[in-house]
Ligand binder design. Structure first.
Ligand code: UD1
Ligand code: PEP
Length: 416
């Protein structure tokens, strides 16, 4: 199995370009299936999740051409086929095929999604939304069959603020008869990105990015061209890595507004942060203060940055507390960081981190952001080589990670 090898201890220096957002891309690609002509997506990241999606779309009869960071999807000859297993198990966001196929064909049969299962991740709010739109949902040995003679607009209150459920309901409701209102909707920038694409395809969606989204169903959707927003989680990870190595890095192609919670926390611990129009410069300092971080839904501090932030806080003086209010047990990186000499204990939904010096070790990423945490930790180690296995998880979310880190002066390579 492939490993990432890291000889740390060098401050990262230079400029890193942030690619398009994974969590937008994995929703925009299936959203394109609702169109009856070609959709062109620009600024698409090179990630294993996107590659798997492209294969799934072709199995369904769409014509997909992927050249550089542009993907052309022509779903004119798309067919409604069951997808009980196989590739849908490889990524979490395959659940968007439910909303997209339901909107396009009035039916979808699909296995439960895979991806990073750091804790049980239910989809009851997605199902509740489809049922509210008039669909019948049956679970047949782990495969979900959803069908509706006619989707009808409805008022849906989400019991839990869910990114996936908000987008899935938008996808299906775009083709329902009448109006849908989603209350207590998630407000992440990726939701606005999906609504922007759907509106360019002819949908009528208002309020994306607020807690109330209104969707007026339309009879058909057409092709268009759309550029994906920058990946705020990737950007945040490089901000953290730059600070952790006491480097000086320009993180380019970001929307600084999306980074506000991250920026505020870095400033609070003593990192020098400069916000530019579409870039952020991070200048590390020799000493950092311990801080408390609460991971929340957007615009709060992103849960996807909680694990790499844990690694950074091992470099601060004193005791920091990170509490994750989105996932109750997203701490699989902690035992691995402890193997590297970190002093961290988990109490309920909090990690309590005491500043300490990390050592090189062989560690395993059990999910995407746990992997990012281990890479950040490895970059801070002053002697020896840190070996990170579970690279397949890291490749789900970081476009060109090794090349980018090498350009910033890190000694990082793949082996095996
Ligand atoms: C592909 C994608 O965009 N993934 C992101 C998306 O995941 P995803 O969309 O799966 O996450 P959600 O926003 O749905 O989950 C938020 C919380 O709600 C709970 N929940 C969710 C749905 C549901 O039907 N029932 C329920 O109880 C989850 O267990 C979790 O505790 O948002 C998460 C939270 O920002 C991020 O960590 C993921 O990177
Ligand atoms: C949890 C994540 O992704 P997914 O929902 O695709 O598993 C993530 O990006 O950190």
């Amino acid at each position: 199995m492939e490993k990432l090898m890291i000889r740390g201890g060098r401050p990262l220096q230079g400029t890193v370009q942030i690619s398009g957002a994974k969590n937008s891309a994995v929703a925009l690609v299936p959203a394109a299936l609702l169109a009856e002509s070609e959709v062109v997506l620009d600024n698409l990241p090179h990630l294993s999740d996107v590659a798997v999606y492209s294969e799934i779309l072709q199995e369904l009869g769409a014509v997909v051409k992927w050249d550089g960071d542009v993907m052309r999807i022509d779903p004119s000859d798309l067919q409604s086929r069951p997808m009980p297993n196989g590739k849908v198990k490889l990524l979490r966001a395959s659940y968007y095929l439910m909303g997209a196929m339901l909107g396009r064909f009035g039916e979808a049969t699909i296995g439960m999604p895979g991806g990073c299962n750091f804790e049980p991740r239910p989809i009851d709010q997605h199902i509740k939304g489809f049922e509210a739109l008039g669909a019948t949902v049956k679970n047949d040995h782990g495969s979900i069959h959803i069908s509706a003679k006619q989707l009808r607009g409805a008022k849906i209150y989400l019991d839990v603020v869910s990114v996936g459920a908000t987008i899935n309901i938008m996808l299906a409701a775009s083709r329902a008869k009448g109006s849908t209102i989603i209350e207590n909707a998630a407000k992440e920038p990726e939701i606005i990105d999906v609504a922007t694409l759907l509106n360019a395809m002819g949908a009528k969606i208002k309020g994306a990015g607020t807690e109330t989204i209104r969707i007026e169903g339309v009879d058909s959707l057409h092709g268009c061209r759309h550029s994906i927003i920058p990946d705020r989680i990737q950007a945040g990870t490089y901000m953290i890595a730059a600070a952790a190595t006491r480097g000086n890095v320009l993180i380019d192609n970001v929307i600084p507004k999306h980074m506000e919670a991250m920026t505020a926390k870095l400033i609070e611990m003593g990192v020098h942060v400069e916000e530019l129009d579409e870039a952020i410069r991070i200048i590390g300092r020799p000493e950092y203060s311990a801080i408390d971080v609460k991971a929340l839904v957007y615009p709060g501090f992103a849960t996807d940055l909680q694990s790499p932030m844990t690694s950074l806080l091992t470099q601060a003086n004193g005791v920091s507390i990170l509490t994750d209010y989105v996932y109750s047990n997203r701490f699989k990186h902690v035992p691995e960081l402890v193997r590297m000499g970190a002093n961290i204990r988990v109490e309920g939904r909090s990690a309590i981190v005491e500043g300490s010096r990390l050592n090189a070790a062989a560690v395993r990423a059990s999910d995407l952001r746990a992997g990012a945490a281990l890479v950040v930790a490895g970059l801070t180690v002053k002697e020896g080589v840190t070996e990170v296995s579970g690279v397949e998880y890291i490749d789900r979310g970081y476009d060109n990670l090794v090349e980018n880190l090498q350009l910033l002066g890190a000694e990082v390579w793949r082996e095996g």
